[in-house]
Design a protein around this ligand. Structure first.
Ligand code: SF4
Ligand code: SF4
Length: 372
């Protein structure tokens, strides 16, 4: 369980996306089975991306008896026309759809009302101007119909500005190995931590592309500055467990919301709970994506053991969080460590084990200087 920013909500580190479970009443039995099993296994965060009548009704049935244990997120701006999804910024339509969703779900409130899929900065301006969807979200919060206001986006610069704005308590953003090297991603996540904004990591499997054996995935290469997407073959060792382990180890992530389409796929996800350290170890995969090699720590802890018992991955993660501005939260977490960076003897034992050529000694020096 992890805290979701400053919302006061505590969420299971694995949640569920719901877009692949079917939208019509034919899926009702499967959805009920999936939700029951998920809740039994500690999943409490459910992201309801759509507002289709039958889809919502399926979750009304599936959530029965669980409501007070659940954190339900819905999306303002996700609407239906002739049986198809469409995105709208019309406040009138958003409110009508939201009201209908609440009533169909049979609940008085949702935990998080997300301003849905803000594509870029131009859309950010649109959804945050006076009289916009953000105003609606705030009004719903005032009326007790939504307990927290969130935003979902795939754009790191939107994450940055939304986190700094003080207008959003939760940000849903994609975090996976395919965007590991995306310029600005880690800085944006660090800003979320600094500002106490909860991060819900969507697409841990990059929309399933990371699990397509013998296929390829497009990634943004760090060394090339993020301009052109390149295509790399998926390493054979890629598994759902490793994808989840990667996503959950990244800065600021409170929960991740993989989408499942069946009980079997839910079982694959739940197997993360009992997975061994070796089954979770994603370092070889990231290492094999050569373009990721740029001295950037991915917090895999492959450099351990340290003779001084320094938790190198954890300290480097805190260092990355604190680098922009010293966060009290990072300092607090640093204070909890049994061994701090200043215990580093510069023996160099870790350096040869790091698959990513990270200058660990320099990072330990920086951390020792930065943290009091
Ligand atoms: S320093 Fe290297 S081995 Fe250690 S946690 Fe970071 S990336 Fe992994
Ligand atoms: S160089 Fe520092 S961090 Fe690395 S193994 Fe030696 S003491 Fe540990």
């Amino acid at each position: 369980m992890r805290e979701l920013g400053k919302t006061g909500l505590v969420v299971g580190e694995i949640g569920l996306g719901t877009e692949h479970l079917g939208r019509t009443s034919k899926a009702k039995a499967t959805i009920t089975d999936v939700v029951n099993k998920a809740v039994k296994n500690g999943i409490n965060y459910f992201d309801l991306i759509f507002n289709f009548e039958e889809y919502i009704d399926n979750y009304r049935v599936a959530f029965k008896g669980h409501r007070n244990k659940l954190v339900i997120a819905c999306h303002l701006g996700s609407a239906e026309r002739s049986g198809q999804y469409f995105k709208t910024r019309s406040v009138g339509i958003c409110e009508k759809v939201f009201t209908n969703t609440l009533s169909k779900l049979g609940t008085d409130y949702v935990d998080i009302a997300n301003v849905t899929y803000v594509k870029d900065m131009a859309e950010y301006e649109e959804v945050t101007k006076a009289g916009s969807v953000l105003d609606l979200a705030n009004r719903l919060k005032k009326e007790g119909k939504a307990h927290h206001v969130g935003i979902s986006t795939h754009d790191a610069s939107v994450v940055q500005i939304a986190a700094r704005s003080g207008k959003f308590e939760v940000i849903t953003y994609q975090v996976n190995m395919a965007n590991n090297a995306l310029p600005g991603r880690n800085e944006a996540l660090a800003t979320c931590v600094r500002e106490g904004v909860g991060v819900v990591a969507m697409k841990p499997f990059a929309g399933g592309r990371l699990l397509m054996r013998n296929k390829t995935v497009g990634i943004i290469p760090l060394k090339k500055g993020g301009g052109t997407t390149i295509t790399l073959r998926i390493p054979a060792a890629m598994t759902p467990i490793r994808c989840l382990a990667y996503t959950l180890s990244q800065i600021g992530v409170s929960t991740t919301i993989p989408g499942v389409s069946s009980l079997n796929e839910l079982d694959d996800i739940l197997s993360y709970q009992d997975a061994t350290a070796a089954e979770k170890d994603y370092s070889e995969i990231v290492k094999n994506f050569k373009e990721y090699e740029a001295g950037q720590c991915v917090y895999c802890n492959h450099c351990l053991p340290c003779p001084s018992s320094i938790d190198i991955g954890r300290i480097t993660r805190l260092l990355d969080i604190a680098r922009s501005t010293l966060s009290d939260n990072a300092q607090e977490k640093y204070d909890e460590l049994e061994t701090t960076a200043s215990e580093c003897t510069k023996c160099g034992a870790c350096m040869s084990r790091c698959p990513f050529d990270v200058d660990i000694i320099s990072n330990m020096e920086k951390a020792a200087r930065l943290f009091r």
